[in-house]
Design a protein around this ligand. Structure first.
Ligand code: Z5A
Length: 208
């Protein structure tokens, strides 16, 4: 039994808070899990993450940002994701290509066709079995995230950017309902986790 599951959403919606809850459910159901994240998950990916999120080059072009996301993803797929799936392990990934459609496509307003060409090149036919998008209004996510730390290069974008990101995520869930679903993340953590549990059952990820 192996599945490829990704967790998405705008900043502060609770991806990190729910990752270990999902891992626990998966392991109870017999999955051997590899938990990872994007951008990151490999030596090169983590170095690219640092360049992408730090303020070392605030004038980075949107095309360079897009290509770095996919460079990190190519390495992650080759070194971590594909080997784990081939080894019959379930991969639980904090963000993946849907984040590129949402942030670089929606937020930066890059041509979606460019993203889909890179997706096919780097992933061939590999797509997540299930993507859970934690959805909440931008002000809710930002208020939660704001309690923690200084904004990184992407987090410092204005609200209109994150409104476009959220809309792009909602569009993805509408377009691919067989593998992408929305979770209402504006409610209390227990209520979010109840919805996640139900979805994992509904999409036949958990047994029983
Ligand atoms: N990015 C991109 O542009 N293109 C790509 O292709 C990819 C990524 C893959 C890194 O993401 C950045 O990379 C991200 C998109 C971009 N930039 N942005 N923005 P990241 O995932 O590492 O960072 P993040 O999105 O900023 O995650 P985050 O801020 O850590 O948010 P989170 O993990 O979703 O939230 P959290 O840490 O679990 O929760 C935030 C706080 O809210 C915390 O205090 C919790 O205790 C609290 N919380 C959580 N849930 C609740 C509920 N239900 N009620 C009340 N309080 C809650």
């Amino acid at each position: 039994m192996r599945k490829f599951i990704t967790l998405e959403g705008i900043e502060g919606v609770g991806k990190t808070s729910n990752l270990h809850y999902i891992q626990g459910l998966l392991e109870l159901s017999g999955h051997s899990c590899v938990v990872t994240r994007e951008p990151g998950g490999t030596l090169l990916g983590e170095a690219l993450r640092e360049l992408l999120l730090s303020h070392s080059d605030d004038s980075m072009s949107a095309d360079a940002e897009l290509l770095m996301m996919f460079a990190a993803r190519a390495e992650h797929l080759n070194k971590v994701i594909r080997p784990a799936l081939e080894n019959n392990q379930t991969v639980l990934c904090d963000r993946f290509t849907e984040a590129t459609y949402a942030y670089q496509g929606g937020g930066r307003q890059l041509d979606v066709d460019k993203i889909s060409k890179l997706e096919v090149w780097v992933q061939e036919d590999l797509r997540p079995d299930l993507t859970l998008i934690l959805d909440a209004p931008v002000e809710v996510g930002r208020a939660r995230a704001g309690r923690r730390s200084e904004p990184d290069r992407i987090e410092k974008e204005h609200d209109a950017f994150f409104q476009r990101v959220r809309k792009a995520y909602i569009n993805l869930a509408e377009r691919y309902p067989h593998r992408i679903c929305l979770i209402n993340a504006s409610v209390e953590l227990d209520a979010v986790q109840l919805q996640i549990h139900k979805k994992l059952l509904e999409y036949n990820i958990l047994i029983g």
